[in-house]
Design a protein around this ligand. Sequence first.
Ligand SMILES: [Zn+2]
Length: 367
Amino acid sequence: MTAMNTYFAADYTAAREKFLSAAAEAGLAVISHPHPLQGPKGEGLALDLVTLCPDSTAPCRTKRVFVALSATHGIEGFAGSAAQVAWLKRKLWKKVPAGMSVLLLHAVNPHGVAWLRRVTEDNVDLNRNFADFGKPLPRKPAYDELAEAICPRIWTNESIADAQARLDDFAERHGRSALNRAIMGGQYSHPDGVFFGGHKPSWSRETMMKILDSYCSEAKHVAILDFHTGLGEFGAGVSYCVGDEGSASVTKAHDVWGEDVTIMSAAPGSGVHDGYNLTGMARLMAHTAVYGNTLEFGTYPTADMLRALRADNWLHLNGELASPQAQAIKSELKRMFYPEASEDWKARVLSRALAVWERGIAGLAAV
Ligand SMILES: [Zn+2]
């Protein structure tokens, strides 16, 4: 066993075991929220919550709450899970300032981790699912135009090449970044497509909000660190704060997270995708200032990642999960979001994740 394997797991069950045993070692209680479905081997699934409340009452009644989420995008959860395990095992919880609570939400999309999918059980992208469903949902004509090329019904070399030609044609007319935005910007019209935001709050959103509502009811300041993988340079971790202009999450972002957090506007047309989880949480927790941080660790080129995601979408809709083709698609998808063979990637992820986490706790204490 290599050093990094103490923290990084190979599958959902192992990740959960590492998390539960690290919590037990730290003497911290776990509250498990069982998911209604099972994993591919019939294993039970849950969102596991560890709380560090200074007054030992549950739920916490502190003015400041720090939250760390893993697996918003299921298969991306191995990095966040490792950071949570390391934070517990390295006893970093002992350094939490008085009067602050910390919540660790492990595998907020457990179905996605177990089935090695980015989406939830209902094919929903949890980070597009925090739309305000009481209002008309955003329309995405570019996605609609390309829907059949993004997710062809047949997945062979020939059909992939045909689809690619249509996508390339769009990129030639509108630019490559317009194409990426069309695919990844979040859509609400194709439940069988990719980056689908859903038509209602998913199990994961509802379960997370129940936890946050209960534990943050007295909070004035809540910092939320959400781990992702996929976009960016291999092993580099980039911090984003997405928020409405003038909101506390934006005006205090540097105070809480440090100078290297990139602030992005959540306004329509800003290029940020719809249904953003952390801005949705800020909207739903209007009584408190919410400081969100999306920490994304790079892996491989975006075009390769998108192709792997489209293949996985095809597999779950039209393919055969027990086939050799399915194994190839799954292992490629896992590699794209979790380069587990690279000790260097894991070490860099862990070191940056814990540094951002530590900075966030210090910043939250001072804000
Ligand atoms: Zn992600």
